[in-house]
Design a protein around this ligand. Structure first.
Ligand SMILES: *[C@@H]1O[C@H](CO)[C@@H](O)[C@H](O)[C@H]1NC(C)=O
Ligand SMILES: *[C@@H]1O[C@H](CO)[C@@H](O)[C@H](O)[C@H]1NC(C)=O
Length: 466
């Protein structure tokens, strides 16, 4: 998940982890571990150990922003691909930011391809706040938890794809559709130089991708979470002007006074949206979130600010997240008329504004119902692997999926981690080894279903001609 969103979206992330530590004393944990062990039953002990050690090896490569070791990661992944006889290619859509593309050709080239996307970079970690060093991938023998930055976000997914292909290869599976794996850079700093440039490339067009899988979130419960869209960031700056004046004078129309009226309106709106989430009427991803991220005003002096002067300018920065189905016209009207009315000498400017629509003007979402055969295949494949999906959700922040959805390509955000506290970007990020192994089986089932789906071949062919 993109870095800039994390703190505002998940202020309580660390709390569940503490809870988890408190609760995980012996009995509860032993039960959970033995149950998980059964889930990975289709791996021999040797296979399980080898898969886990490959995962650890990937985790030990320091691909932390701002200076990720992409070269080592690509070398490692390419060696894995060679061992599986997958075709591989490295692209630098942005210099110094390699993207590794793997390919397993399908039997029916006219069918659209399946793309399994994952990013290779991770967010930085503060080693002193971790129980185990963040790039050690230490496996706690008493719990089976593997601690590492990237264990959830999202090196697990990248290698689970590969391990699933390894098992499908071993079972002599032959895909009808071509399967691509993209290992992309840059996601944690916005993704524009990674998945962004990739999705916009000629190469990508030629791949004829019909469906994409990308990252989701861990789930503390038994059910796996799946995301079919995400909120669009609108980063808004509102500026107020007003007559400057003596700090002792009461008068109307100062910049501060004008801005505070807006801040109050923003706060009321925020509280109303948040109330919908608190009351369980809407999920987090279904409301417009607004958070104040900075306030800027005052007249600087050598010791701080001039205290007896009301300034002539003041501004506020807002991080707004807009769900794909939101009434954006109404929101824009609210901004222009209530939050930054010119009648109050206010102006506004978007620093960053991602459309909630795809390039064809439709809401950038992937249908998660029976109108979409990929959705039905996903549900069925989960069932076959004894996994349960929870109600599909809108991702509260941003992932690389948006670059594919905006091109009208169906994309699901899904990281197979149940029974796992959400620790992405947090201290002591970990994934249990049995959950990891279970996730491989789940991908095996999904990839098999997707790559064997022949659908309406003619329909796809004619679409490809357009
Ligand atoms: C990982 O790489 C980052 C640079 O992106 C560096 O600051 C950090 O110290 C490295 N961590 C370790 C454990 O080598
Ligand atoms: C807007 O600015 C003008 C010119 O400075 C001023 O006369 C007017 O009173 C201001 N209006 C408000 C509502 O602040």
């Amino acid at each position: 998940m993109e870095r800039s969103n994390r703190l505002s979206s998940y202020p309580l992330l660390r709390f569940p982890f503490l809870l988890f530590l408190l609760l995980s004393s012996s009995a509860a944990l032993t039960a959970a571990t033995s149950e998980n062990a059964n889930k990975g039953a289709s791996f021999s002990a040797a296979e399980a150990e080898a898969a886990v050690s490959r995962f650890q090896e990937y985790l030990r490569i320091n691909t932390s922003q701002p200076d990720p070791d992409y070269a080592t990661a690509v070398r490692f992944l390419r060696a894995q691909a060679d061992a599986l006889s997958l075709e591989s290619d490295v692209f630098e859509f942005a210099p110094g930011k390699p993207l590794l593309l793997l390919r397993w050709p399908g039997r029916i080239p006219s069918l659209h391809a399946l793309l399994l996307n994952s990013h290779t970079d991770v967010v930085p970690a503060e080693p002193l706040k971790w129980v185990y060093p963040p790039f050690s991938a230490a496996l706690d023998p008493s719990t089976g938890n593997i601690y590492a930055r990237g264990s959830q976000d999202m090196k697990c997914v990248g290698l689970q794809y590969l391990e699933a292909l390894r098992r499908l290869r071993a079972a002599d599976f032959a895909p009808d559709r071509t399967i691509y794996l993209s290992f992309v850079p840059d996601e944690e700093i916005g993704g524009n130089d990674g998945a962004g440039r990739f999705a916009a490339s000629e190469k990508f067009q030629k791949m004829k991708v019909g469906v994409v899988l990308d990252e989701g979130l861990a789930s503390p419960g038994e059910e796996y979470r799946v995301f079919y869209g995400e909120r669009s960031p609108w980063w808004l700056v509102i500026r107020a002007r007003g007559a400057p004046g003596h700090g002792a004078k009461l008068y109307d129309g100062s910049a501060m006074e004008n801005l505070m009226k807006s801040v109050e309106a923003v706060r009321r709106f925020r509280a109303a949206q948040f109330d919908l989430v608190k009351a369980g009427v809407k999920a987090e991803g279904e409301v417009v979130s607004v958070n104040l991220v900075y306030l800027k005003a005052g007249t600087p002096s050598p010791t701080g600010f001039v205290m007896n002067l009301q300034p002539s300018e003041a501004e506020v920065g807002l991080d707004i997240r807009v769900p794909p189905n939101a009434d954006t016209e109404a929101l824009e009207r609210r901004i222009a008329e209530e939050w930054a009315p010119s009648s109050r000498n206010m102006t506004f400017e978007f620093k960053h504004k991602v459309s909630v629509h795809d390039l064809f003007g439709k809401p950038a979402i992937t249908a998660a119902d029976n109108s979409n055969p990929w959705w039905m295949l996903l549900e069925e494949a989960m069932k076959k692997a004894n996994g349960k999906l929870s109600k599909p959700e809108i991702f509260p922040a941003s992932t690389d999926s948006r670059f594919f959805r905006e091109r009208g390509i169906p994309a699901f955000g899904f990281s197979p981690m149940a029974n796992t506290p959400i620790l992405l970007h947090g201290h002591n990020e970990f994934l249990n080894k049995d959950e990891y192994l279970k996730g491989i089986e789940i991908y095996e089932s999904i990839i098999k279903a997707f790559a064997s789906y022949k659908g309406d071949t003619k329909d796809e062919e004619s679409r490809a001609e357009l």
